[in-house]
Design a protein around this ligand. Structure first.
Ligand SMILES: C[S@@+](CC[C@H](N)C(=O)[O-])C[C@H]1O[C@@H](n2cnc3c(N)ncnc32)[C@H](O)[C@@H]1O
Length: 333
């Protein structure tokens, strides 16, 4: 863990968004990869690396940029937030503080905020990580990143203009990866979640949320009115798109149960199970033998004969079958 990191040491978090190769600082211009491609600082501001200017934007990104990067996107987005929190009768500051408290961020942690918008969460997280932590925040919109970076000036905070579907951050770098409010429209939910997982340490915490009314409210007038207002509320929490190595999964609903909030911890591979625990009982065998040892079907009469004979011997059908086959066909034949 870094003690009082400087801005330069924060660049260690970055990698090439396309190849994931390491980048090096090139003077005061930006970060450079092995083949000389440079990702420049935005207008010479060394706290913002602009990856999008070099990588370009896809069709889905262009739609998002229209929404969040045109003439007065920050003012329009502030209006939207005012409406949202008034509608759900909660103070924005309280809501964000409660939401982030779920992450249990402590001093010295490395945290990444995806789609940071105006940066309201950045200040709260910055306080939680203290001077020894590292805070990175990204958004695809230059206007949003500029607004977020204007709201904070600290040597342990660094921004990037980049695409959440192709993050310019090293794999397994962050203790906590957080996103709220935009993932439904990033263009590829599975890829977006995979990127959140990739940059989070094994055993770290990923948390993300967006519009999606809780299942028990569907079909009510309450849900119908809100879905009529904004079709995104009809979306379902993308539980089936979580990576296979997600552990400690939690889902809850916030803001009038109209936003899903999912969190998980990346672990090494699939859950650890012992497939060889023997089943006690007539059938016998184990999860492994029942799956991998399935045989050609026999007649129902033969099967009954096997079960009866096994019962008479006080062993399982599995054990008797093993015995008969191995006696009839010794190894090596
Ligand atoms: C509804 S806003 C949420 C902002 C902030 N997280 C909040 O809680 O207020 C969605 C944000 O996602 C950003 N965004 C959209 N597509 C993106 C992408 N592909 N990669 C990164 N950010 C994206 C938008 O520019 C916008 O700032």
């Amino acid at each position: 863990m870094n003690m009082n990191p400087t801005r330069t040491s924060l660049y260690e978090a970055f990698c090439d968004p396309l190849t994931h190769c390491a980048l090096e600082v090139t003077g005061h211009r930006g970060l450079k990869n092995g083949d000389g491609t440079t990702y420049k600082f935005l207008d010479g501001d060394e706290s913002i690396v602009d990856f999008l200017a070099t990588t370009g934007a896809s069709a889905a990104d262009v739609a998002n940029l229209k929404m969040y990067d045109d003439q007065s996107p920050t003012e329009r987005y502030r209006n939207f937030l005012r409406w949202l929190f008034q509608t759900f009768k909660v103070s924005e500051a309280e809501f964000r503080t409660d939401l982030l408290a779920r992450l249990k961020i402590s001093g010295g942690m490395k945290v990444l905020v995806i789609g940071c918008g105006l940066g309201e969460d950045v200040a709260i997280i910055h306080q939680a990580i203290g001077a020894g932590g590292e805070l990175h925040a990204q958004d695809i919109s230059k206007s949003m990143v500029k607004a977020a970076s204007d709201s904070i000036d600290s040597p342990n905070v660094c921004f990037s203009i980049s695409n959440a579907l192709s993050l310019p951050y090293k794999s397994r770098y962050f203790d906590v990866v957080f996103h709220f409010g935009g993932i439904n429209l990033f263009g590829n939910m599975q890829k977006a979640i995979a990127e959140l997982e990739r940059v989070c340490k094994i055993g770290g915490r990923v948390m993300f949320g967006d519009e999606g009314i809780a299942p028990h409210l569907r079909g009510t007038e309450y849900a119908n009115i809100l879905i009529n207002n904004n079709g995104l509320w009809a979306l379902e929490a993308p539980m089936h798109q979580l990576p296979h190595n997600a552990a400690g999964i939690e889902i809850t609903y916030v803001l009038g149960n109209c936003f899903y909030l999912i969190s998980f911890r990346p672990q090494e591979g699939l859950p650890k199970v012992d497939l060889d625990v023997p089943h006690v009982g007539t059938r016998g065998g184990s999860a492994r033998t029942r799956y991998f040892g399935r045989l050609e079907g026999v007649t129902p009469e033969t099967k009954d004969k096997l079960v009866e004979a096994a019962r008479a011997r006080g062993i399982s059908a599995h054990a008797l079958l093993e015995e008969i086959i191995n006696r009839q066909i010794p190894s090596g034949q």
